[in-house]
Design a protein around this ligand. Structure first.
Ligand code: ADP
Ligand code: MG
Length: 354
């Protein structure tokens, strides 16, 4: 006993696991190993038996292609838990897979990242789902806080840190100082909305209906919110809305810029609102230190530069924005005691959300 601190002793018998329960991707961090699972947040369920038949990449491949009795669902739509039982099944599967082949005897200690717009009832649901799925201890952290920790920002210091996490369903904007969120806002404008903007634009301008995956591919390949050096274009297939038959069209980066302009504007507007309500000392820290972008949406070409010029503050994109939250849960696991203050241990601590 003398040779082990309490921390390291527990480590011998139990797993510590961090989960980023994203609307688009679920990432699992295993202490001592790093990221062990990175899969789309999709679950396929057999409606006849109620059983989960596939999860992640395999389930996503089924989206839009299932026979009538199999349902492929995204359990976390717009950052909220739309289906409690399925979420529980998913967490249970993740815990099982992350710890498979291990002989550790205690149930895992789990840190779960949740979107900042989530209600107390939903936090309680995540906590219960994780506990039912076999976790020994459950700790909840808000995703922008986890992203800030994952990006190694000095969140405990008396200095303002600003994070914009642009995920699939929601974008979280948060200002953090002394281990707490000073100001935050979240909006349902993120990667999924960009995809639906592209679908709506192509339907109006070309009278062609694109699939969701095609729209996402277009966004990633030629989407840019600022003019590019050389024009970009891409040939895509969709359904001609006039005669119902397949049709090929050529889309350019200018089309995508038009398609995304309103969403990008509302994102920038919300960032401005957060800055406008931030106390002056913290604002001065942020002007000096800059704003940090995480989440897959941060990879949209030109977005960093555009936000920078709109708010007149330096903007940085994390080197691996998709894993910032998961890395943050991992850093918390390494030293739970030092991060007690950032964890939501009791739902009643949270102010009611609008
Ligand atoms: P969540 O945390 O909600 O699961 P993620 O942070 O995993 O979301 O980001 C997923 C979103 O990022 C998706 O909408 C996806 O289309 C988008 N994305 C990922 N890579 C890129 C890229 N290279 N360019 C533009 N968007 C991207
Ligand atoms: Mg996320």
């Amino acid at each position: 006993m003398k040779f082990f601190g309490k921390k390291s002793l527990r480590h011998l018998f139990s797993h510590d696991i961090g989960i980023d329960l994203g609307t688009a991707n679920t990432i699992v961090y295993l202490r001592g190993r790093g990221i062990v699972i990175n899969e789309p947040s999709v679950v396929a369920v057999n409606q006849k038996t109620g059983q989960v038949v596939a999860i992640g990449t395999e389930a996503r491949a089924m989206l839009g292609r299932t026979p009538s009795h199999i349902l492929a669902i995204k359990p976390l739509v717009d950052g909220v838990i739309s289906d409690f039982e399925i979420t529980e099944e998913m967490i249970s599967y993740l815990l099982g897979r992350a710890t498979s082949g291990s002989n550790k005897i205690l149930s895992p200690r789990v840190v779960v990242g949740v979107p900042s717009g989530i209600t107390n009832v939903e936090i309680r649901a995540v906590r219960d789902a994780t506990r039912n799925a076999g976790a020994g201890e459950v700790h909840i952290v808000e995703e922008p806080m986890a992203a800030a920790i994952g990006m190694r920002l000095p969140i405990h210091e008396p200095v303002g840190n600003m994070v914009i996490d642009i995920g699939g369903g929601t974008s979280d904007i948060a200002i953090i100082s002394l281990g707490g969120v000073v100001r935050s806002k979240n909006l349902r404008v993120a990667g999924d909305k960009f995809n639906s903007d592209i679908i709506a634009y192509v339907r109006n301008q070309f009278k062609v209906l694109l699939g969701e995956k095609t729209a996402e591919l277009v966004k990633m390949s030629i989407g840019s919110v600022l003019p590019t050096h050389a024009p970009l274009e891409m040939t895509v297939k969709g359904r001609d809305l006039v005669n119902g038959l397949p049709k090929e069209i050529v889309i350019t980066d200018t089309d995508i810029r038009d398609a995304l302009s309103q969403s990008v504007e509302s994102l920038v507007e919300t960032v401005r609102e957060v800055l406008e309500s931030t106390p002056p000392e913290i604002l001065s820290d942020i002007m000096h230190r800059g704003v940090y972008l995480s989440g897959g949406g941060a990879l949209v070409k030109g977005l960093r530069e555009l936000i920078e010029s709109e708010i007149n503050v330096p903007v940085h994109v994390d080197a691996d924005p998709l894993t910032a939250v998961a890395r943050g849960t991992g850093i918390i696991l390494e030293d739970l005691e030092s991060f007690r203050d950032v964890l939501i241990e009791n739902e009643s601590e949270l102010p009611p959300k609008k």
